[in-house]
Design a protein around this ligand. Sequence first.
Ligand SMILES: C[S@@+](CC[C@H](N)C(=O)[O-])C[C@H]1O[C@@H](n2cnc3c(N)ncnc32)[C@H](O)[C@@H]1O
Length: 213
Amino acid sequence: MGVTLETVDGRLAMRSDGDAPGSGVAIDLGTIDVRSLGGHPLVRAVGRGVGTVVDATAGLGGDAWILAASGRSVVAIERHALMHALLDDALAHARSTPALAHVAARITLMHADARHALAEAARGAWSILVDPMFPPKSKSALAPRDIRLVKEAVGDDPDAAELLAAALATTAARIIVKRPHEAPPLGGPAHHVIESRLVRYDIYDRPHLMPRP
Ligand SMILES: C[S@@+](CC[C@H](N)C(=O)[O-])C[C@H]1O[C@@H](n2cnc3c(N)ncnc32)[C@H](O)[C@@H]1O
């Protein structure tokens, strides 16, 4: 079954084709918990290097939002037209919401395939985050509805290794791959690994590209 876009309460929303019209869900960036982000595993994985972070797999925008709320400038890239449209609407809504506008202002969203866009988009960036879809351990009936809908819309990302290769071909000093615990590393053994309850961050550092202090 496919996924349909519709307008619900003035916001762009998605629902399964079989769901009742009007039951679609929009992305609500304001619900993401951004308290005490210093200890957040993604923020720790990105570290303190100076420069933009490129989120090569923007999806629902949660990771881009956390990074922006932690003070980073983020270039978020999404290739799927439906996902891009949803996130674009969510960011426009956040920009017009006084409590969220300063975070939204740090995110630039691009509609592109990051395998091709990274060479340009990551120029001068400190790091690149890669978080491709990964088949769940079991049929995740418990996954929140928005995650299930993303899966339905996007499917798997069988070209994830090509995306990592494109990230490694840039001049970003740090590449971070977000993976479920059960997934093998996408790019061979990582230099550092940060574990959180649900996922793992595999970090590939390129010391020759690190800005000198
Ligand atoms: C697991 S989701 C990312 C979730 C995201 N980190 C978040 O916080 O919501 C993967 C997303 O990356 C997108 N994607 C996968 N490969 C891509 C590529 N080469 N270029 C751009 N987007 C890509 C998919 O369309 C999907 O929306």
